[in-house]
Write a protein that binds this ligand. Structure first.
Ligand SMILES: [Zn+2]
Length: 228
């Protein structure tokens, strides 16, 4: 391996992830740099890690607190596994060396996977929350309690209805009222009695043309209404 002693080579491989992220003491970093100067294989390994490290640099530190942390102690767990493996299998040196190499590959891959996991949860797109418009709801039937929000989509207004007391098994229809008096269907839902239900009801009426909505039971009775 480029004339480098195996031990130095392996030790550097273990530290490459830390080095790529710009961490480690100045002594450790100097030792890695010195090895890299004379070892093309380790330089190639580092080059493979560099894009990952670069992506981590662009992460907004202010958002770190809002995102879940990678599993704590992952590095320690890998090292413990190596130690346990060696303690339980005192075999000849060559076999031991082969196993060490394999385990260190696992350790390195584990570190890269952990770093990749980090990138995944840090840069995943966070969709903008939809703007919700709370609207007042007038309940016309005893036992029903409900609240509603509107979402102004480009294709029409969505009514997000939450409530309890809609009679179990009854099909309720929702219509959105337009300014000119037209009632446009926005879907149906099934009552579930005292259990809470949350329905998203979509209509083709644009928010600016919608003036209210009604929930109508199977008999055509308006059980609740909302005027925007
Ligand atoms: Zn090397």
């Amino acid at each position: 391996m480029n004339g480098q002693p195996d031990a130095a080579h392996r030790s550097v491989r273990e530290q490459l992830g830390v080095y790529a992220l710009g961490h480690g003491s100045s002594d450790e970093r100097a030792a890695v740099r010195a090895h890299l100067d004379g070892c093309a294989a380790c330089r190639a390994e580092l080059a493979g890690l560099a894009p990952l490290a670069a992506r981590l640099e662009h992460v907004d530190a202010d958002r770190l607190d809002e995102t879940p942390a990678p599993p704590p102690g992952l590095g320690d767990a890998v090292l413990a596994r190596i130690a346990a493996e060696e303690a339980h299998h005192p075999v000849d040196l060559a076999a031991r060396r082969r196993r060490r190499t394999r385990l260190l590959s696992v350790a390195t891959a584990g570190g890269v996977a952990a770093a990749g996991f980090g990138v995944g949860w840090l840069v995943r797109p966070v969709p903008d929350p939809l703007p919700l418009e709370a609207v007042t709801v007038e309940v016309a039937e005893e036992g029903i309690s409900a609240a509603a929000d509107l979402v102004p989509h480009t294709w029409g207004v969505e009514v997000k209805l939450s409530g309890t007391g809609f009679a179990a098994g009854v099909v309720y229809r929702v219509v959105v009222a337009e300014e000119d008096g037209a009632a446009v269907p926005a879907g149906e839902f099934l009552g579930v009695g005292p259990a809470r239900l949350d329905c998203n009801l979509n209509s083709s009426v644009l928010r600016e043309d919608a003036v209210g909505f009604e929930v109508v039971d199977a008999d055509g009775t308006v059980v609740l209404s909302s005027a925007f």
